[in-house]
Design a protein around this ligand. Structure first.
Ligand code: FES
Ligand code: FE2
Length: 430
């Protein structure tokens, strides 16, 4: 259950994580991106893997979590996922065929595997193959929702899919419109998460663009938010955190060592909109979580960006150490009628997608931290603007399902899973 930080006990008995994080931030934290977050992602979670409609009459390959995976149809029409490498002599299932319902046949010697990964026939050996029962490919649990095939890369028993889906997916007021963009981001999965709750927006997104010049609220011509002050944790739960800028300042400021910044603001001639910019506008309806203006991070890799109009949710799926498949969902209120629905459609495709999803996220954010432009291995120092980052790297990571079930996470630097716990979960598996 989420709780407001203000309601949490102050000092006696329990100490708030938010307070611990604040103190850590004031002391300049050295928590690293992979201390407790694995390079290839937390694994004991469901992740979106592929559109169901992409799986046709032949197997199809995707690389996820550093592993190559072949997807093909189950007997019941669902989608199965097996490790792409045939356990006979290592050919790719994804180059094979679906000769029989619910199976994949390896292209090399024709051994045929069912949706659980069990070899059920050695086509060219004999119809009573002694090898076939001994061949087993790794299978991944899958589940389908909204035309998306979700995959469970972990070694523990999957939770019900609904537990890991964003709550907006089942919110009856929001089921009307969900626009989805799936794109490879050349970056480790942790960076889009870290930047989803940090303060880069006030600097990185300060420049001129056609979309800023034509924004209906004319924000480019008003005093802009220039400082966030300390970032505060305003809400926390076992698997999520909300942060808000603590003391926003607008316009221009004087810095004792360098002078005024922004250097020039002469074009910002219109009056400042109350609370405009920087994710600081008042929540119009605080009861509705989807309308939040906080930056939100939800495990394992979802971030919600404040928009004021709808839900902008990104869910990153690790491909390998330097690539992430980014599923960006823009989820709107249920339309009131056909004209409202048309308006949402036009708004998304003519404005939201080009102006924010592409122009800001992909053309401004990504270029700063895409391959080779960010050094993940040097020591880092995090301060009071990085409160959300510290919270994620230290506390949410250690509260992850990987840590809860296995005592650590494969591939993080500081806490590997406990071998005894791993053995308990994998006991009896072939
Ligand atoms: S390598 Fe797959 S059947 Fe031989
Ligand atoms: Fe950004």
């Amino acid at each position: 259950m989420a709780r407001l930080v203000e309601e949490a006990p102050q000092t006696t008995g329990q100490v708030k994580l938010a307070d611990i994080v604040r103190d850590e931030a004031y002391g300049s934290s050295q928590i690293g991106p992979f201390d407790f977050c694995p390079k290839l992602g937390f694994r004991e979670y469901w992740y979106p893997a592929i559109w169901a409609k992409e799986v046709g009459s032949k197997p199809i390959k995707r690389t996820l979590f550093g592993e190559e995976i072949a997807f093909f149809h189950k007997k019941d029409g669902g989608v199965a996922a097996l490790a792409d490498w045939c356990p006979h002599r290592g050919a790719r299932f994804s180059r094979g065929f679906c000769e029989f319902p619910g199976t994949v046949t390896c292209p090399y010697h024709g051994y045929t595997f069912d949706e659980t990964g069990q070899c059920v026939a050695g086509l060219v050996e004999s119809d009573d193959s002694p090898l076939a029962p001994k061949l087993r490919a790794r299978s991944y649990p899958t589940a389908e929702w909204g035309g998306i095939v979700f995959i469970w890369p972990g070694i523990t028993t999957p939770v019900p899919l609904e537990e890991d889906l964003p709550h907006e997916f089942s919110d009856p007021t929001l089921t009307g419109r969900r626009f989805t963009r799936v794109k490879n981001w050349e970056a480790n999965w942790t960076e889009p998460v870290n930047q989803g709750i940090d303060t880069h927006g006030l600097y990185l997104h300060r420049g001129v663009s056609i979309w800023r010049l034509t924004h209906k609220r004319m924000l480019f011509f008003r005093k802009a938010a220039i400082q966030t002050g300390p970032v505060k944790v305003v809400k926390e739960s076992e698997n999520s955190v909300n942060v808000r800028f603590g003391a926003v300042k607008y316009g221009q400021s004087t810095y004792k060592n360098v002078g005024k910044w922004p250097r020039h603001t002469w074009w910002r001639i219109l009056p400042q909109k109350k609370g405009a910019g920087g994710g600081t506008r008042e929540v119009s309806d605080p009861v509705k979580e989807w309308a939040t203006h906080d930056h939100n991070l939800e495990m394992p890799s979802k971030v919600r960006i404040p928009t004021g109009t709808h839900v902008h949710l990104r869910w990153g799926v690790p491909v390998n150490e330097m690539n992430t498949i980014m599923w960006t969902f823009n989820i709107f209120k249920k339309p009131k009628g056909i004209f409202h629905a048309a308006y949402q459609y036009i708004y998304y495709y003519m404005w939201r997608k080009p102006a924010a999803v592409v122009s800001i996220n992909e053309k401004e954010d990504l270029v700063v931290f895409s391959g080779g432009r960010l050094n993940y291995e040097l020591p880092q120092k995090l301060g009071i603007a990085d409160t959300g980052v510290i919270y994620f790297r230290r506390h949410l990571a250690k509260a992850s399902r990987d840590f809860q079930r296995l005592g650590g996470a494969f591939g993080c630097y500081k806490q590997q899973p406990d071998p005894e716990k791993v053995a308990q979960w994998t006991k009896g598996r072939k």
